[in-house]
Ligand binder design. Structure first.
Ligand code: SAM
Length: 197
C-alpha cells in the first residue's frame, strides 16, 4: 500500500470512529464500527479477513456476508476450549450452525486450535489480510503474539481494550510496528477497540 493510500485509509477509519452507531449497547457499537472498517478495507484494497477468537460467530457471520459480496475469504482461529476466554461450552455448536453454509461454500475456513499454535501462526502470518480482528485470549503475551501473527494486515483491530492486558499489548505492538498509527475514538468514554493501520 502506498503512503498516500495508508493515510487515506486512516482518515476514513477516523471518520467511521466519529460516526454515530444508533445504539447505546457498547458491544454492538464496536462491532458496527469494525464491520464498517472491514468493509472499507475490502472496498479500498486486496486481501481477506482473519478473526482470532470468534465465539458464537456474531462477527464471523457479517464478515462472511461481506467476504461473499467482495469475493474474499474469512479465516477463523479459535480452540473453543470450555473454560477459556468467554467460552462456556456451547459456543462451538452455535458457531457451526450459524456459519456452516460458508464453510461448505469455501468462504470460511476454520482452524480449531489456539492462535498460538504453530499451524495457526503459519496460516495467520502467511496472508496480507485486508482486516484482522484480534479478539482471542486476552492475556498480554497472547495479544502481542496474535497481533504480530497478523502483522501484514492492512488493518489490525484489537477488541476489549478496557482490559489492561489488551491495552498494554496494543501499546507494545505499536512499538514493534513503528510504521503503524494507532486509532481510537478519543471522544468515547471507554475506548473499547483500537486499530493499527
Ligand atoms: C471475546 S470472545 C470472541 C468474540 C467474537 N470475536 C465476537 O465478535 O463475537 C473470545 C474467544 O476467544 C477464544 N479463545 C480463547 N483462547 C484462545 C486462543 N488461545 N486462541 C484463539 N482464540 C482463543 C474463545 O474460545 C472465545 O471464543
Amino acid at each position: 500500500m502506498t503512503n498516500q493510500a495508508t493515510e487515506q485509509l486512516r482518515e476514513q477509519v477516523q471518520g467511521i470512529l466519529a460516526e454515530p452507531t444508533g445504539t447505546n449497547d457498547h458491544t454492538l457499537q464496536r462491532r458496527i464500527r469494525w464491520l464498517k472498517v472491514a468493509q472499507l478495507a475490502v472496498e479500498t484494497g486486496p486481501g481477506d479477513f482473519a478473526e482470532i477468537g470468534a465465539m458464537e460467530g456474531d462477527t464471523t457471520v457479517p464478515l462472511c456476508e461481506i467476504a461473499e459480496k467482495y469475493d474474499r475469504r474469512v479465516l477463523v482461529v479459535d480452540p473453543w476450549t470450555t473454560g477459556t476466554q468467554n467460552c462456556q461450552g456451547h459456543e462451538y455448536e452455535t458457531f457451526v450452525r450459524r456459519t456452516q453454509k460458508w464453510q461448505v461454500s469455501g468462504v470460511l475456513h476454520v482452524i480449531r486450535k489456539p492462535s498460538q499454535s504453530e499451524l495457526a501462526i503459519i496460516r495467520l502470518l502467511g496472508s496480507p489480510w485486508a482486516f484482522a480482528l484480534v479478539d482471542g485470549l486476552h492475556q498480554y503475551r497472547s495479544v502481542v503474539q496474535d497481533a504480530m501473527s497478523v502483522r501484514y494486515a492492512r488493518v489490525i483491530c484489537f477488541d476489549d481494550m478496557n482490559m489492561p492486558d489488551v491495552t498494554k499489548a496494543y501499546e507494545k505492538v505499536l512499538t514493534l510496528l513503528p510504521e503503524r498509527v494507532g486509532l481510537q475514538d478519543p471522544t468515547l468514554a471507554k475506548k473499547w477497540e483500537g486499530y493499527l493501520i
